[in-house]
Design a protein around this ligand. Structure first.
Ligand code: SAM
Ligand code: DTB
Ligand code: SF4
Length: 327
């Protein structure tokens, strides 16, 4: 087995399917080797999520607690005020996080006055010395230019799953809409965070196709979040998958390993679902090349491990996460 020294954008689906089929030990060995060519294998990057606009979303993403179309137990909140965002940012920074990822339950930013507020949030969070990330749905070219002008570091925009499986999960937009926003971002200086969700009833070939689509973009996304589907009562997927067993942890590990091999120089983020995972599976994900996590006890609307749980896990594994203060 040889390690890939250069970045490829011409992966073939058969190669990706073959990786998913490899013996587990060979796959992890290869992924860890690739990982070490590009990164310190004992370091992870920490981002903290903040839901700056909660619920009442017009979209119908079948997994999401924030769609206006489903009856979930979620408080609807308007766009957060700047001082609240800054207070959360300072807290995240004091707790050792490197980046604030601000998410809004929108199909796309529609109101000019909201967008102006968002631009100000980016400027002021950046001024604290934190990296900034936004996830607001689809963007126009002009919005991308405005975000670039205020120095936004990252934009998160997930493909979620394969193009084939997409209509099973979302009907209110097309796969191409997401690809178009990714292309607008990749023409700018803003770094892209794009990945997906596994455990929504998709096949291995859907997972392979998702990773292939990401890896064959003109540029690899700088950050690739792999989320495990989090069950939210009241969503269509919670009903549809009610009798399904939870995702096998090894499936998550394999997916991380394949993402690492296809996109060697990208941060692979072990994202939603860590509260449902054992520490041992998380450790295998790090071994398979995951080198970023969401840090803080809340994701957007669902729970994440507590900061002390994560500090203990990272300490047990000898993983360095920057300068974490004692809790
Ligand atoms: N509304 C924007 C959008 O759709 O791009 C931004 C926020 S949206 C909640 C960000 C991402 O969170 C989704 O693309 C999806 O990948 C992930 N996500 C949302 N709910 C999830 C769940 N229940 N389980 C796993 N991932 C989830
Ligand atoms: C990503 O891929 N995962 C994060 C972030 N990007 C915005 C969001 C996870 C959300 C999990 C479900 C929730 O908390 O609502
Ligand atoms: Fe809205 Fe984003 Fe949730 Fe879809 S994933 S319903 S676009 S908040």
């Amino acid at each position: 087995m040889t390690h890939t020294p250069t970045l490829r954008h011409d992966w073939h689906i058969d190669e990706v399917l073959a990786l998913f089929d490899w013996p587990f030990n060979d796959l992890i060995y290869q992924a860890q080797g690739v990982h070490r060519q590009h990164f310190n294998a004992n370091q992870v990057q920490l981002s903290t999520l903040l839901n700056i606009k909660s619920g009442a979303c017009s979209e119908d993403c079948a997994y999401c607690s924030q769609s206006a179309r489903f009856k979930t137990q979620l408080a609807v909140e308007p766009l957060m005020a700047l001082d609240e965002v800054l207070a959360a940012a300072k807290q995240a920074q004091a707790h050792g996080s490197q980046r604030l990822c601000m998410g809004a339950a929108w199909r796309q930013p529609n109101k000019a006055q909201d967008f102006i507020k968002i631009l100000k949030m980016v400027k002021e969070v950046k001024a604290l010395g934190l990296e900034t990330c936004l996830t607001l749905g689809m963007l126009t070219e002009q919005q991308v230019a405005q975000l670039q002008a205020v120095g936004l570091d990252y934009y998160n925009h997930n493909l979620d799953t394969s193009e084939n499986f997409y209509p099973h999960i979302i009907s209110t937009r097309q796969y191409q809409d997401r690809l178009d926003t990714l292309a607008r971002l990749q023409h700018s200086d803003i770094k892209v965070c794009s990945g997906g969700i596994i455990g929504m009833g998709e096949s291995i070939s859907d997972r392979a196709q998702l990773l292939l689509t990401l890896a064959n973009l003109p540029k690899h996304p700088e950050s690739v979040p792999i989320n495990q589907w989090v069950k939210v009562d009241g969503t269509p997927l919670a009903t549809e998958l009610a009798d399904q067993p939870p995702l096998d942890g090894f499936d998550m590990v394999r997916c991380i390993a394949v993402a690492r091999i296809l996109m060697p120089a990208s941060y692979v983020r072990l994202s939603a679902g860590r509260s449902e995972m054992s520490q041992e599976i998380q450790a295998l994900c790090f071994l398979a090349g995951a080198n970023a996590i969401f840090y803080g006890e809340k994701l957007l609307t669902t729970i994440n491990p507590s900061e002390s749980q994560d500090q203990q896990l990272l300490a047990k594994l000898g993983i360095n996460a920057g300068h974490l203060p004692p809790l």
